[in-house]
Design a protein around this ligand. Structure first.
Ligand SMILES: Cc1cc2nc3c(=O)[nH]c(=O)nc-3n(C[C@H](O)[C@H](O)[C@H](O)COP(=O)(O)OP(=O)(O)OC[C@H]3O[C@@H](n4cnc5c(N)ncnc54)[C@H](O)[C@@H]3O)c2cc1C
Length: 238
């Protein structure tokens, strides 16, 4: 779905029952001042959840944004999303205001599948916008006994969030443009042990960080790369 539409088209899209479901907010908590987790409830029986898929939410008269379900339970009609409240855009401002009992429509998930179950090792890189994907894939990684590792680049105020979300096997890096520095990236342990030579690499988050990481991985023909930039400075609604 495109991120910006004329108001009449956005109204029509939001009313389209085949792609949008009525949801109500059961719970909204701030894991840190900039990370908000919301539990939605509604009929999600038509939703097909895949790792990497995103749900779309209308955040203004004319704009839609992508967000990842971090947890879902079809029987209970529950869907959780972890939002980065970065304060720079319409989506962030809209989500910040949401509170229990608010009602809104959320689209069925769709997008790019990122999990390749045929690869034993799974390596996941991202930032605040990737925490939902990380939470959704963790139970699968454990159930299927994959060796796995998460790398997160996070603002200082969010460094404790992976632990609070119950994530495991993660390394947190400060979000200080380190992942734009090709030399620094190529010296990371992941590039210097043989362990991840045939892994599936799931790269999401900031577009420039994803591009740098991907560039360094491309020298290795044996790895599988699933990547999607989730946001870019100066660009609205990726
Ligand atoms: C498939 C997919 C799944 C996603 N899942 C999630 C998710 O689960 N949770 C989540 O929070 N986001 C997620 N995102 C990212 C989210 O859609 C973008 O961050 C989006 O730009 C937010 O919209 P906005 O209106 O707040 O900002 P926009 O209006 O889109 O952007 C305005 C400005 O804000 C800045 N900006 C945008 N995002 C960020 C950010 N994260 N940090 C700092 N500055 C930013 C940019 O400079 C941009 O120019 C996902 C994106 C994709 C494509």
């Amino acid at each position: 779905m495109i991120s910006k539409l004329p108001k009449w088209a956005a109204d029509l899209t939001e009313k389209t029952g085949s792609i949008m479901s009525d949801m109500k907010i059961l719970e909204a908590v701030y894991i840190s001042p900039a990370i908000k987790k919301i539990r939605f409830q509604g009929n999600i029986t038509r939703m097909n959840f895949q790792i990497g898929y995103a749900n779309v939410i209308r955040v203004s008269d004319t704009e839609f944004r992508n967000y990842t379900a971090s947890y879902h339970n079809v029987r209970e009609g529950i869907l959780d999303i972890i939002f980065h409240i970065h304060g720079n855009g319409a989506g962030s401002r809209y989500i910040d205001k949401l509170q229990p009992d608010d009602e809104l429509r959320i689209s069925i998930p769709r997008g790019k599948k990122m999990y390749d179950e045929t690869r034993r090792q799974q390596f996941i890189f991202g930032d605040e916008t990737s925490l939902g994907l990380a939470c959704s894939i963790l139970p699968i990684l454990k159930k299927n006994k994959h060796p796995y590792q998460f790398y997160f680049e996070l603002d200082d105020e969010n460094q404790g969030v992976p632990e609070l979300l119950g994530l495991e096997n993660y390394t947190v890096f400060p979000k200080k443009n380190l992942f734009r520095n090709e030399q620094w990236v190529s010296e990371l342990p992941v590039f210097n042990t043989g362990e991840w030579n045939s892994a599936n690499f799931i790269l999401t988050g900031n577009v420039k960080s994803v591009q740098t990481f991907r560039k360094k991985l491309k020298d290795r023909s044996s790895v599988n790369i699933s990547s999607q930039g989730y946001w870019l400075e100066g660009k609205k609604g990726l």
